[in-house]
Write a protein that binds this ligand. Structure first.
Ligand code: ARG
Length: 572
């Protein structure tokens, strides 16, 4: 149930004006600053058309109250040119709570995206390079956007655009041939590969001829030379194994791992089209596409040695995706530093005549900063995802032990994992994504702050009452939900009915924080209600209704957290 939508529809019915649309009315409706002024207010100036707004308001009030929808309201007041609507609380509570308890994990989901494909590309780490915290941001946000679009009914395709192609592989092959030890790499792939890669750069400073050798190796790789290709495959395999371990830990998956190498044979076509349309120009030996916009540097398509680059692969990837998936939207969750890259890629596609370039969206995000620097970094300045996650899990376990609830929890390691990982994912999605994230473990794990654990704790609290009620043999299946009319109960119901609206808003801006904030909002309303009453000691009728409300609340919290990839625990 969407109460604002319902109100909008009722108002339209009684305005008797064909020209008035849902969007127009919905845009006029506001929520008064105080509960006592009603649930919603409608200014009638723009409906008056030359008449007095007060008169129009009074007339509308009469018509609504005497019509079939009268029972939706407990009162409608005319205040000057405004109409203040007081909804029938019992009716709203009944409808909202029964809908949640009926639909459960599907509550609020829509079909509006049916038949439309949305590609969400996220994570996209580089083979043989560390999976760093920036990749975690992309992974967290992309995973959430996939779930958010799925909620709205879109057909979502989750792509991991692995960085598995490019001149760096020529270097890695040279390095491996000199210093690589297969067994060591198998044991600790990323670190060992990184080590020899770094060594390559050090040695190449003295011996520049290494660079030529590396370029030659990449050329061989592009030509499909068997020996070089086998080595490359080995690097990809061992790296992916490590990345997959991380995805499993996070509970995050993909439909496709088509990375940069997948497009290596699809680039000549791009170069051909660009040539044919006379879009390629020479610049210092390289082939580039220039733009008309003043501050847009040209996009390099072919390097002077004829090899293609990152941008060319992205152009080929976009065209492939359009042909293969016929996407409605093609979303790239990649850090804001690559904003120009995507502007160039989309710009080239547009110049090639592909109007669908406008359906390609770069969803950027800021940096993660570590002010307290308590995290150990094994690789110089790169903060690794695994270290962050492990530290968060360990700390969570400490907190649980300190809180003294450890013996009630069935599997403390399992719980610490869900809470520790949840805390990081939650924190990464709490603010607008372009803002930098300040990584402070203590804050992220503050059970009373605006954190993942706070939301999970609210959930566990609700679940614990429901368990107690079950132990006492209290049944609330047939509760009279119309009894939920007290201020705090009704406020909670009103928050619960906003789920769909919040998810829609989140998708329209590609901003998961809207869902994250909503989870906090539910918990605030829930805790206010919960702290103000002793549910189990209420009168039986009221008790049943309140238990149903708690059930609906925990169900909605779980569903909301699931949208941002965060799990729940029954006890904590
Ligand atoms: N592998 C790149 C990196 O780690 C990110 C890839 C982003 N996606 C893309 N289609 N270019 O920086």
């Amino acid at each position: 149930m969407d109460i604002k939508k319902q109100l909008t529809e009722i108002i339209i019915k009684y305005t008797n004006d064909e020209a008035i649309t849902e969007d127009f009315i919905s845009g006029l409706i506001s929520v008064p600053p105080e509960e006592k002024l009603g649930d919603f207010a409608l200014p009638c100036f723009r409906l008056a058309k030359g008449r007095k707004p007060f008169e129009v308001a009074s007339e509308l009030r009469e018509q609504i109250l005497s019509g079939n929808d009268g029972e939706f309201f407990s009162d409608i007041k005319v205040v000057g040119p405004y109409l203040n609507f007081y909804l029938n609380r019992g009716k709203v509570s009944d409808e909202v709570v029964s809908e949640i308890l009926r639909d459960r994990e599907n509550y609020g989901k829509l079909k509006e995206g049916e038949g439309k494909k949305v590609i969400v590309e996220y994570s996209s780490p580089n083979i043989a390079k560390p999976f760093h915290i920036g990749h975690l941001c992309s992974t967290a946000i992309g995973n959430s956007l996939s779930r958010i679009y799925d909620f709205l009914g879109y057909d979502v395709v989750r792509i991991n655009h692995i960085g598995d192609w490019g001149t760096q592989f020529g270097k890695l092959i040279s390095a491996y041939k000199r210093w690589g030890v297969r067994e060591d790499i198998e044991k600790d792939p990323i670190n060992e590969l990184l080590k020899i890669y770094v060594k390559f750069h050090e040695v190449a400073k003295e011996k520049p001829e290494l660079e030529d050798e590396a370029r030659h190796n990449f050329k061989l790789l592009e030509e499909g030379d068997p020996e070089v290709t086998a080595l490359w495959k080995f690097f990809v395999e061992v790296s992916l194994k490590e990345f997959n371990r991380m995805y499993d830990m996070l509970g995050i998956g993909f439909d496709s791992f088509a990375g940069e190498s997948f497009y290596s044979d699809k680039m000549p076509e791009i170069v051909d089209i660009l040539r044919e349309k006379s879009l390629l120009e020479e610049s210092d030996g390289a082939q580039v596409v220039r733009f008309d916009e003043p501050n847009m540097p040209p996009c390099i398509i072919l390097k002077s040695d004829g090899s293609t680059i990152y941008a060319t692969r992205d152009i080929a990837a976009a065209l492939y995706r359009k042909r293969h998936y016929d996407f409605y939207k093609n979303i790239y969750v990649v850090g804001t530093p690559q904003a120009l890259h995507f502007k160039q890629v989309f710009g080239v596609l547009k110049k090639m005549g592909f109007e669908w370039a406008d359906d390609c969206v770069h969803v950027g995000f800021g940096y993660v900063r570590f002010p307290d620097r308590v995290l150990s970094t094994r690789n110089g300045d790169v903060v690794l995802l695994e270290d962050v996650i492990n530290e968060s899990i360990a700390k969570t376990k400490e907190i649980i032990v300190e809180n003294g609830t450890a013996d009630q929890i069935d599997n403390i390691d399992e719980a610490a994992k869900v809470i520790g990982i949840g805390a990081v994912l939650f924190e990464f999605q709490k603010n607008g994504r372009e803002r930098d994230i300040v990584f402070e473990l203590a804050k992220m794990l503050d059970f009373e702050g605006e954190s993942g654990p706070y939301v999970q704790y609210s959930y566990a609290r609700g679940r614990s009452v429901l368990r107690k009620a079950a132990d006492l043999g209290i049944d609330y299946k047939n509760a009279d939900l119309g009894l939920l009319t007290d201020d705090l109960e009704y406020q909670l119901v009103k928050v619960l009915q906003k789920l769909t609206q919040q998810v829609r808003d989140s998708a329209s801006k590609n901003e998961p924080y809207i869902v994250t904030r909503y989870a906090i909002e539910i918990c605030k309303a829930f805790n206010k209600f919960y702290n103000s009453t002793n549910v189990l000691k209420s009168e039986p009728d009221v008790r049943a209704a309140r238990l149903a409300l708690i059930d609906a609340t925990t169900s909605t919290i779980k569903e909301t957290l699931n949208l941002i990839g965060v799990g729940v625990v029954e006890k904590m």
